[in-house]
Design a protein around this ligand. Structure first.
Ligand code: DGL
Length: 268
């Protein structure tokens, strides 16, 4: 592994579009002194419906863009990229790279009492079976029930976070998981934390929801501390957002993700 000595370098985060802002938000909260460079591939979103080969190629190109900004580590915020591209990225690039599948899976295994964990994600992530494989790695006895929810991403991007139609769609997608009596549900897609209230309402109070974003932030903190790469400055962190298409549109929807207007958005 490359010896990185620049504590002050930013953390690089990429996603297929703007959903990865849920991870950025969690990182800002957990690590307020770390600078962040975010790349959102809005020109090629969604990844969740693409092939494994395309997702790997896009993810490599995204990592190269972040490397031009001298990042000290890369966080793959996109679940679809994490599912398919992580082994390739780790092989090709010589810096710490973490995805979102492991932290969420670990937390689910820790929390589930009846050993029945549900995973909801894009079609690509579910097809990869990466969550099921990783959960089994932590605990072979845990049963994993998968459900792709392809309509959730467009509903979130439309801002329909609490509409009746969204609740109806959630009821249909989640009915088999409810019937199977899972006690823990992984929100395995960048966009789903924004549907937490509806998902909670449909699944009922006994099901715990795992938002991978906060688990990832915790994992980033652990890794930076272990590698002695924490930013030692105590000044306010700098954030930049690089977007491959339609930055104005990104800014508009980003406001819903972050709760405030983003500064430092650039088209690349
Ligand atoms: N970021 C993607 C994920 O977490 C969701 C959006 C997309 O399909 O690209 O899987």
């Amino acid at each position: 592994m490359l010896k990185i000595e620049n504590h002050d370098a930013p953390i690089g985060v990429f996603d297929s579009g703007l959903g990865g802002l849920t991870v950025v938000k969690a990182l800002m909260k957990r690590l307020p002194h770390e600078d962040i460079v975010y790349f959102g591939d809005t020109a090629r979103v969604p990844y969740g419906t693409k092939s494994k080969e395309a997702i790997i190629r896009f993810s490599q190109e995204n990592t190269e863009i972040l490397l031009k900004h001298q990042v000290k580590m890369v966080v793959v915020a996109c679940n679809s990229s994490s599912s398919y591209a992580l082994p390739t990225l780790k092989k090709v690039f010589d810096l710490p790279i973490i995805g979102v599948i492991r932290p969420g899976s670990k937390k689910a295994v820790e929390l589930s009492k009846n050993k029945k964990v549900g995973v909801i994600a894009t079609s690509a992530t579910i097809k990869s079976q990466e969550y099921a494989r990783t959960i089994k790695e932590f605990d072979r006895r845990t049963e994993v029930l998968n459900q792709a929810c392809p309509l959730f991403v467009p509903l979130v991007e439309e801002g329909w976070l609490s509409r009746d139609v969204t609740e109806e769609v959630a009821k249909i997608y989640l009915s088999s998981l409810k019937k199977a009596q899972i006690d823990t549900l992984i929100l395995g897609c960048t966009h789903y934390p924004l549907l937490k209230d509806i998902i909670k309402k449909v699944m009922g109070p006994k099901v715990q929801l795992i938002d991978s974003a906060s688990e990832v932030a915790l994992e980033v903190e652990r890794l930076l501390t272990k590698m002695n790469l924490r930013n030692k400055k105590k000044t306010k962190a700098k954030y930049s957002f690089l977007i491959s298409d339609r930055p104005q549109e990104f800014k508009k929807i980003a406001k819903k993700f972050m709760g405030y207007e983003l500064l430092g958005v650039r088209h690349v």
